[in-house]
Design a protein around this ligand. Structure first.
Ligand code: G3D
Ligand code: MG
Length: 182
């Protein structure tokens, strides 16, 4: 018999405007993709339950995941970041593979979180990989970013669903490894 434990986690999606943060959450939580742009006003909170299984530890974690979405505008970031990042245990740092600027902004976003929440696990997402023919960010760039934060990356598409579930599972697993199973 495995031991089942219930834990709560707060994860923030960070990254520039229009990289696909809201779409990734929508894909993960509702399994839909809407081409009609639904702009996030302020911060939006979504919940999802997930199960992490660690058979070698005879432990299952019943995770109550709270996902925070934000508008990716700089002015907004300054204004609300304390409230948004407070208590965050992990982040999904998202860039758009077709927009280099969104890649170069990732460290700024991470510092903003770390100022409020301290050092927390991060997983980098190179989103819109379905638009591979117009990509300006290479997989090697993502790899480099991941390594420089002692972390990992995934290439995702909110449109096709590629790696979306894996992304949320991975950040939850990283948080569990740091806070719960350690
Ligand atoms: P944001 O929340 O980071 O600001 P959104 O970004 O989720 O609002 O997405 C911005 C735009 O990118 C939307 O298009 C959305 O449909 C599109 N998008 C998000 N993820 C993907 C993806 O993986 N692939 C493709 N092809 N498009 C994606 P519009 O046209 O409504 O602005
Ligand atoms: Mg949004």
């Amino acid at each position: 018999m495995s031991d089942v434990r219930n834990i709560k986690m707060k994860v923030c999606l960070i990254g520039e405007y229009a990289v696909g943060k809201t779409s990734l959450i929508q894909r993960y939580v509702y399994n839909t993709f809407s081409d009609r742009y639904i702009q996030t006003i302020g911060a939006k909170i979504t919940k999802k339950a997930l199960l992490l299984q660690y058979p070698e530890r005879k432990t299952n974690l019943d995770v109550d995941l709270t996902i925070w979405d934000i508008m990716g505008e700089k002015g907004f970031r300054e204004l609300l970041k304390e409230a948004y990042f407070y208590g965050a245990q992990g982040m999904l740092a998202v860039c758009d593979m077709t927009r280099e600027d969104s890649y170069y902004e990732l460290p700024t976003w991470i510092s903003a979180v770390e100022k409020v929440a301290g050092s927390v696990p991060v997983v980098f997402l190179g989103n819109k990989i379905d638009l591979a023919e117009s990509k300006t960010v290479e997989e090697d760039d993502m790899k480099m970013m991941g390594e420089s934060y002692d972390s990992s990356y995934l290439l995702t598409s909110a449109k096709t669903g590629r790696n979306v579930e894996t992304a949320f599972m991975r950040i939850a697993d990283r948080i569990a490894g740091k806070d719960v199973l350690a």
